[in-house]
Design a protein around this ligand. Sequence first.
Ligand SMILES: [Zn+2]
Length: 263
Amino acid sequence: MDDDQLLRYSRHILLPEIEIDGQQKLLDAHVLIIGAGGLGSPVALYLAASGVGQLTLCDDDSVDLTNLQRQIVHFTDSIGERKVESARRTLARINPQTVVVAIAERVAGERLEQLVQTADVVVDCTDNFATRHAINRACVRFARPLVSGAGVRFDGQVAVFDLRRADSPCYHCLFPESGDLEEMRCAVMGVFAPLVGIIGSVQAAETLKLLTGVGRDLTGRLLLLDALTMEWRNVRLKKDPHCVVCSTGTTAQSESAAVCARP
Ligand SMILES: [Zn+2]
């Protein structure tokens, strides 16, 4: 680290849990963020500001006026621009030392697997269950930690699946693709603006903890937030011994789940 970096990251370095070694781990890290909307905004902002060395940002969408109420990495003059390009521009202003790879695609299949393999941590900030399950399958396959968040209306949830650990549940253990529940029409539902800021900030914190090995991460727990009462519930999660994704290595294909995922 040069003198500028020692100053820039001094408030991390002052933390005995992080110090120079922990900050160096962040500088050497590569995080894959899938989704550059309401959750992806605070995740990308905090990870870039914290000095994570490389962020790969995937989103096939463009910025529109309805996004700006909560997707704080984008600005009014970004309307019509690809979200990943708009985000890259903002992040470069915050921290030009973070390399941001912008992928304007809805990543799936082999492409998704390649990206997951190159990442130290994967952050799921997407808004549909098919993609969430695809990300989970890739993280299980390549044993990558997955930080998952969701929020709609005043309800948020966040969980970590540290799939490097044999005892960690996966997203599918929690939300099996059973086929008997309909995905809500999230695209037309309301979202309380700071809700995704709160959940995304928790995702960023958990990502930094996973990268530095600091503290105890959320693996094996699901946090549920009701922003109307500002009450959090902490639900214990167990690995499902019959999970078709993490217990046998095979994959399931149906697409449904109980909780809306709209960021
Ligand atoms: Zn599982």
